[in-house]
Design a protein around this ligand. Structure first.
Ligand SMILES: *Cc1c(COP(=O)(O)O)cnc(C)c1O
Length: 412
């Protein structure tokens, strides 16, 4: 980045520090991944120049000959990869994608049934602080307090009582597969639309390592940057009859010009997602998460739902008389990066966050396997046990850095 270093040494240096931080820490944030260098090149390309209002062949500015091909390619690849009838690659974010789906087929004030945030849902699924919650009348379903799995009987009952016009399935901290067929059946029984938000799962679904919601849903939304290893920004998949409504709701409904560099990077990751290296990484991500859950459980940690089917492990640190935020801070001091998370049951303890969420996507992308998951479980456990011993923590930090060194994120 020679030009940047000349133009703005301050920002250049901050970027370099961030690069080093990524290399020297274990990234267990479930909502992140390390993307291929080709994605970063695409994001930093001249495609950033072009203003594109409208859709390929129907633009409001001249000079779109090449960027039209970029977007057409992204759409075609997205359809092929996910087996979708229609794809919109323009959403600026996952939240914009969800908002557009709501506005495409609902009226302001309409009823929507979605998963409770404290049980794994997402802000854009009707949290009062989100614009989605201000525009629509949301009610939420929960997990069963015993099994911590989605209570499908409750979903069915609430659907009958509340008569929502849309049901949302999908979550940001639910470690189990969702029964999409069952959700679809419930939605059909009350003539509601089914939206599946697979933001966290898109890479795993693309690789075919967990079931796809696409055959069961009217709409599927996701972001590029989680397991999928692509750029920021969102994508909407939908059935053909909704294509025009979705496109018009994104532009001009919710957004102006979209970002061609992001669209090109989406096209790129849709191509890479069909290749063996990507599929192997996604399969290993799930194996690693299962392994990490077993390794932590073996060290006495309670795992929410007892395990995982995907890339994330939700640990109940409250059961060890620890608080999620404190654990997050402590782990960061040794270079283990994860986030505190509410877990089912936290509603009854206002202010307390009893969970910590660990994701295996980024560490798997840099090449780690089950042996390293054992080491990571051990490092986490020793960190929490050695909370008050500075020299012990310094030793662990050294071990974390040594492990990271063996698995470079980017080879320069
Ligand atoms: C991460 C996530 C989103 C998306 O997000 P943006 O931050 O708006 O891109 C949407 N839904 C779910 C379930 C998520 O986990």
């Amino acid at each position: 980045m020679a030009h940047l270093a000349m133009a703005d040494p301050e920002i250049a240096s901050l970027i370099d520090h961030e690069r080093i931080r990524l290399e020297e820490t274990l990234n267990l944030i479930a909502a992140e991944n390390h993307m291929p260098a080709a994605v970063l090149e695409t994001l930093g390309s001249v495609l950033n120049t072009k203003t594109i209002e409208g859709y390929p062949g129907k633009r409001f500015h001249a000079g779109c000959v090449h960027v039209d091909e970029v977007e057409t390619l992204a759409i075609a690849r997205g359809r092929g990869l996910f087996g979708a009838e229609h794809v919109n690659v323009q959403p600026h974010s996952g939240t914009s994608a969800n908002l557009a789906v709501y506005f495409a087929v609902l009226e302001v004030g309409d009823r929507i049934l979605s998963m409770k945030l404290a049980h794994g849902g997402h802000l854009s699924h009707g949290h009062p602080a989100s614009i989605t919650g201000r525009c629509f009348d949301f009610r939420h379903y929960s997990v069963d307090p015993e099994t911590e799995l989605i209570d499908y009987a409750q979903v069915q009952r609430l659907a009958g009582e509340f008569q929502p016009r849309m049901i949302v399935a999908g979550a940001s901290s639910y470690p189990r597969c969702i029964d999409y067929a069952r959700m679809a059946k419930i939605a059909r029984s009350i003539s509601a639309y089914l939206l599946v938000d697979m933001a966290h799962l898109a890479g795993l679904v693309a690789a075919g390592v967990i079931p796809s919601p696409v055959p069961h849903s009217d709409f599927v939304t996701f972001t590029g940057y989680k397991t999928l290893m692509g750029p920021r920004g969102g994508v909407i998949l939908c059935r053909a009859p909704f294509a025009r409504k979705i496109d018009r709701t994104i532009f001009p409904g919710c957004q102006g010009t979209s970002a061609v560099n992001l669209i090109a990077a989406k096209a790129l990751i849709f191509k890479l997602a069909g290749e063996k290296a990507f599929i192997d990484t996604q399969a290993q991500t799930v194996i690693n998460a299962t392994h990490l859950a077993v390794a932590l459980a073996g060290r006495g940690y309670r795992i929410v739902t007892g395990g995982t089917d995907n890339h994330l492990v939700l640990v109940d640190v409250g059961a060890r008389h620890l608080e999620g935020g404190e654990v997050e801070k402590l782990l960061e001091t040794v270079g283990i990066i994860a986030n505190r998370n509410v877990i089912p049951g936290d509603e009854s303890k206002p202010g307390a966050v009893s969970g910590v969420r660990f994701g295996t996507a980024a560490v798997t992308t840099r090449g780690m396997g089950t042996a390293e998951m054992d080491m990571i479980a051990d490092l986490i456990d020793r960190t929490l046990a050695g909370a008050h011993d500075a020299s012990c923590l310094a030793g662990i930090k050294g071990e974390v850095q040594a492990l990271c060194k063996r698995f470079p994120v980017y080879a320069y």
